[in-house]
Design a protein around this ligand. Structure first.
Ligand SMILES: Cc1cc2nc3c(=O)[nH]c(=O)nc-3n(C[C@H](O)[C@H](O)[C@H](O)COP(=O)(O)OP(=O)(O)OC[C@H]3O[C@@H](n4cnc5c(N)ncnc54)[C@H](O)[C@@H]3O)c2cc1C
Length: 387
């Protein structure tokens, strides 16, 4: 561990001596959740604060490769230590179970009570699946490993529920990797609804060529309603905001934590929120959708806001806009859909092997950006799209 000194003025009182690498007078930031958003926030904050990162796993999961994991990719994780090695960040391998906003304290499942000056809430999201039917025969991508095992065990029929990009990517990946399985994709509307008509046509063409049967325009209420050996539910995501709600943080109508333009909780300004759990808005987009593409920039922006606050400056509002949507269609085909800053599709797209290579590069760049943040955190806001 290298020692970093901090230039942070003592505008906040430290409450918990954690990282030996920082002066006791440095503010203590507790980050809960070490996904794309939380890890980015922690890495960028490290030179400016004493940072504690709470996540039960000692590995960072590339969640955007969950469909690849289900298809048989052996591992989609990286040791958290690899990112934290050259930082002063302390990792607490526990699950946050409660937040006491008045005492500024988080309790963990192993009984620790961690005090903070500022809290970064980055617990992400999960598949929102109807409880009925999820069990032996029905899966979500949170259990990609057990799905992979089931697929290896022998051929059968598999239904993917959800025609969004996660369902599309999963159906294409499984059909390519397991041609002995019969795969179908169910969507209540058009598949790939946010894509251009040409983009959707390409997705349909590739899926059909891989033998995927597409059922559009019919809503599936429960996994039990489908005749298939296995069902994978990808239809909707829910924010992991239960802890926030129980603590008394304000949520928006969708259940995400309500934040202002600098990503600070509207009800408790000592709490910042990043990634899928945040109801973040930007002037170019409006409400940001749950995505890795928004989790990394909001994680970085939370750090920018906090650093400004530590320096006694006014934090800048988030100013995020989209550029592309990248979709994998198995390992050898894909779609790069150019979009306007508000995420609406343009006519321009790339498809085929070239798009598959671009998508792979983009996926690798997420881990690359986190590694960059670990070594040279100050460079991250210089990357286009980051702040
Ligand atoms: C198959 C698939 C493909 C996807 N592809 C794309 C894509 O191509 N592009 C894109 O932009 N998005 C994609 N997404 C969406 C993307 O993965 C999420 O939006 C993104 O992971 C959100 O990042 P996050 O940091 O907010 O949360 P997460 O990545 O979910 O991380 C949350 C972290 O919080 C931790 N945690 C949870 N509860 C607790 C607790 N109580 N205490 C402590 N820690 C806790 C978890 O262990 C995890 O490490 C995809 C998703 C899936 C499932």
């Amino acid at each position: 561990m290298t020692t970093r000194t901090t230039n942070t003025p003592n505008t906040l009182n430290a409450t918990n001596a954690t990282n030996a690498t920082h002066s006791d007078k440095a503010p203590h930031v507790l980050v809960i959740g070490a996904g794309y958003a939380g890890l980015m926030a922690a890495l960028r904050l490290d030179p400016h604060a004493r940072v504690t990162l709470v996540d039960p796993s000692d590995r960072f999961t590339e969640r955007i490769r969950a469909h690849e994991r289900a298809a048989g990719r052996p591992d989609v994780t990286h040791p958290l230590g690899g990112f934290l090695r050259s930082t002063g960040i302390r990792h607490v391998p526990s699950r946050a179970t409660a937040i006491d906003l008045a005492a500024r304290r988080v309790t963990t499942d192993d009984g620790q009570r961690l005090r903070y000056d500022r809290l970064v809430y980055a617990l992400g999201s999960r598949t929102s699946a109807p409880v009925a039917g999820i069990g032996e025969r029905a899966h979500t991508l949170e259990a990609a490993e057990s799905l992979a095992k089931r697929l290896r065990d022998g051929p059968g029929s598999l239904a993917v529920v959800g025609g969004g990009l996660t369902g599309v990517e999963l159906a294409a990946e499984l059909a390519e990797s397991h041609p002995d399985w019969s795969v179908r994709l169910h969507s209540d509307g058009d598949i790939g609804a946010g894509l251009s008509a040409r983009g959707r046509d390409h997705v349909r063409e590739v899926l059909t060529a891989r033998g995927v049967r597409i059922h559009e325009g019919h809503r599936i209420a429960r996994a039990d309603d489908l005749e298939a050996d296995e069902v994978v539910w990808t239809a909707a995501m829910a924010p992991n905001s239960e802890l926030a709600a129980a603590a008394g943080l304000s949520l928006d109508a969708s259940g995400r934590i309500a934040v202002d333009a600098v990503l600070r909780s509207v009800s408790h300004p000592e709490v910042y929120v990043a990634g899928d759990a945040a109801a973040a808005h930007s002037p170019k987009v409006g409400a940001l959708r749950m995505a890795c593409a928004t989790a990394i920039p909001t994680g970085s922006h939370v750090a920018t806001s906090l650093i400004a606050e530590f320096r006694g400056r006014q934090p800048r509002p988030l100013d995020f806009g989209f550029l592309v949507q990248c979709v994998s269609l198995g390992r050898h085909d894909g779609l790069v859909q150019f979009v306007r800053p508000d995420d609406s599709p343009r006519d321009r797209l790339l498809k085929g092997a070239l798009a598959a290579r671009v998508k792979e590069r983009v996926v690798r760049s997420t881990v690359g950006t986190l590694r960059l943040a670990a070594r040279w955190p100050w460079t991250v806001p210089l990357i286009p799209g980051m702040s």
